[in-house]
Design a protein around this ligand. Structure first.
Ligand code: ZN
Length: 220
């Protein structure tokens, strides 16, 4: 252990965050084992934290508007769903229709606090705050901002079904050689059907060509 320099102190702080999360479980050692094995531990809600589930469309719209300060969120890219940790028993007073609060009796796959990249569930940035739990009003502001942005978003044509959508997902980049720049959009239904990977979730070496979740599925 390098406990006498800055790196060591930072590592210990991160260990404390992981321990804090693990101790929401009756068997913290199991949580650590799950993190070591697959990077995600399934933890009970309603003890140290509840979680608010929000659609990826709303969260990305809010974050793109660059107006919301928030704690790191958990992203499950498979379902395109974000989870914000909030204080326990938030479920008892939560009323926002655009986010679902999960509490006692529910379980959540929580990535290791340092896991901040795909594949699989991950935090939107490494967790540095202890406890790593935001406030319910803060999450409501995030959702409300996202809802406002989505409602005023311009309508775009889906490159897969050719229908207009008010909730476009940016699926790729139109390369200049094929008729000028711009974005390739998908509607939410095609995004789900073809398991289109939003451009924001592409790996860093992506050239912007649309990616689908399964080999051989149609591209526009
Ligand atoms: Zn479509």
């Amino acid at each position: 252990m390098t406990a006498h320099n800055g790196v060591g102190r930072q590592t210990r702080h991160q260990d404390h965050i992981a321990d804090w999360l693990a101790h929401t479980s009756d068997e913290p050692a199991s949580a650590h084992a799950e993190w070591a094995e697959r990077g995600v531990a399934v933890l009970p809600l309603g003890r140290r934290f509840d979680a608010v589930r929000v659609s990826g469309v709303l969260v990305r719209a809010a974050l793109a508007a660059n107006a919301v300060a928030h704690r790191p969120l958990i992203l499950d890219p498979h379902s395109d769903t974000y989870y914000a940790l909030v204080p326990p028993q938030t479920t008892e007073t939560w009323t926002c229709a655009f986010g679902t609060c999960l509490g006692r009796g529910a379980w959540l796959g929580v990535p290791h606090p340092e896991r901040a990249a795909a594949p699989g569930p991950h935090w939107t940035s490494p967790v540095r705050e202890l406890p790593p739990v935001g406030t319910a009003p803060g999450v409501r502001v995030l959702i409300e901002r996202g809802r406002q942005e989505v409602e005023r978003a311009p309508r775009e044509r889906c490159a897969w079904c050719r229908q207009e959508t008010g909730r476009p997902v940016i699926a790729g980049i139109i390369h200049a050689g094929s008729g000028g720049g711009g974005h390739i959009h998908a509607c939410p239904a095609c995004t789900a059907t073809y398991r289109i990977v939003p451009l924001a979730e592409h790996p860093s070496d992506s050239d912007g060509t649309p990616r689908c979740g399964a080999v051989g599925e149609q591209l526009p």
